[in-house]
Design a protein around this ligand. Structure first.
Ligand code: ADP
Ligand code: MG
Length: 396
């Protein structure tokens, strides 16, 4: 059918034509945002889930809703290998400049901008990737100790005071939080904890891979009580059906029952895969209704497209030894895997893989669902690895 009218939207962070199956989670966050708006104590929320389940899309949707109810938001994505203060400082500056235009908050906002100058200058020594414009001279002693944990608290306090004076709250939306290293995560948790204690309106709505929950707990033992960690996963069959059928129906296109069932079976309800299958099925189909043979023809292309984008980007940054380890995991099935079992299949002691495994976790490719367990962070990654490294040659 006409590709120009194709409604499906595979792609990292690309909003889907129908955001299916997330009503409950969105409602929870709506309530949290309304509580923040009403200056009531509210837990920060961190969504955790595998790649491609729709975390980024949800985060952006929540941010838009937060803006609509009058909250000030800033949105960041933790990049691998950059520091938290480097990511935070420029965004916070924008938010503070915005707050400084609210007349009754302008004094407080200016003070927060002075704190930001002190913060950035003092921390530049340790985090030389900080780059931020300075709008006001620093105030000696204000957020300028050069200690992230202490200075971040003071910075948040001054920013929170500005937000409160403006009758609003500041919501930090941070994606890919698993890339923030432990001591910086600890500083963030401490600062947010402090804001809750002194009733300053700053909260975090974040998203990350499943390892985030454990990372937070290791950074600060009380973190698991301080935050809610809703899990975002595959869509249930009912929601997956809506994700596929509704955007087509909106354009007068129907699916045969068995065609829908096949798409849900092939994708197992994973949002990224649903979009990819929807897109290729639409392109292949001659017209409405879409049949199971359309889906079968499209499957080959959907898999090829996923291999070249969604899966491939995870692999490109890995060293040969890391790829071999992942391929050995895939050989054992979809997982999760016991670390001992993987090592054994490679004929080496489990301890010899310790550093490699940690590195793969840091790179966000695998995670540990329990002690000594390993699982992929990308759904159906085992099948992809077998497709691109077939046979036994990878062993050598
Ligand atoms: N609830 C949903 N229903 C249908 N498609 C969705 C849903 N959530 C996300 N998607 C689609 O899934 C893909 C991945 O979304 P993204 O937010 O990038 O996932 P993540 O951040 O978890 O890796 C996008 O193409 C998006 O359009
Ligand atoms: Mg994402």
């Amino acid at each position: 059918m006409d590709p120009i009218r194709n409604p499906y939207a595979p792609g990292a962070g690309t909003p889907p034509p129908e955001l299916a199956g997330r009503g409950e989670l969105l409602e929870t966050v709506r309530i949290a945002l309304a509580r923040i708006r009403a200056m009531r104590p509210t837990k920060s929320i961190l969504m955790v889930g595998l790649r491609g389940v729709g975390k980024t899309v949800l985060l952006e949707k929540m941010r838009q809703e937060a803006e609509v109810v009058g909250l000030h938001t800033i949105r960041m994505e933790a990049p691998e290998g950059r520091s938290l203060p480097a990511m935070l400082a420029p965004q916070l500056r924008v938010a503070l400049l915005r707050l400084s235009r609210v007349r009754r908050a302008s004094d407080r906002a200016r003070r927060a901008l002075r704190a930001l100058t002190g913060f950035a200058r003092a921390l530049k020594v340790r985090y030389d990737d900080i780059e931020v414009g300075f709008d006001h001279e620093p105030e000696p002693g204000l957020a300028d100790n050069g200690d992230l944990e202490m200075d971040l608290q003071v910075l948040f306090e001054t920013a929170g005071a500005a937000a409160r004076e403006a009758g609003t709250a500041l919501c930090l939306f941070i994606d890919e939080l698993q890339y923030v290293v432990e001591d910086q995560l600890a500083a963030l948790i401490t600062a947010l904890h402090r804001m809750a204690q002194i009733e300053m309106p700053i909260v975090l709505i974040g998203a990350g891979l499943p390892q985030l929950r454990g990372q937070m707990g290791r950074a600060k033992s009380y973190a698991e009580r301080l935050f809610d960690f809703p899990e975002v996963g595959a869509l249930d069959p009912g929601a997956a059906r809506i994700a596929i059928a509704k955007p087509a129906a909106d354009q007068g296109v129907e699916f045969h029952e068995d065609a829908l069932a096949r798409i849900i079976g092939e994708t197992r309800g994973y949002p990224y895969f649903l979009q990819e299958w929807g897109k290729h099925t639409w392109d292949v189909a001659g017209g409405s209704p879409i049949t199971i043979s359309d889906v079968e023809a499209a499957s080959i292309q959907a898999v090829a497209a996923l291999d070249e984008s969604f899966f491939r980007v995870r692999l490109d940054r890995l060293a040969p030894a890391e790829k071999r380890y992942l391929r050995a995991m895939a050989e054992l099935g979809p997982g999760p895997y016991r670390s001992g079992e993987i090592a054994e299949s490679m004929g080496r002691p489990v301890t010899s893989f310790g550093p490699l495994r940690s590195q793969l976790i840091a790179k966000g490719v695998i995670w540990s669902p329990g002690y000594g367990d390993t699982a992929f962070t990308v759904p159906m990654f085992d099948q992809f690895l077998k497709r691109i490294m077939p046979g036994d040659e990878w062993r050598s």
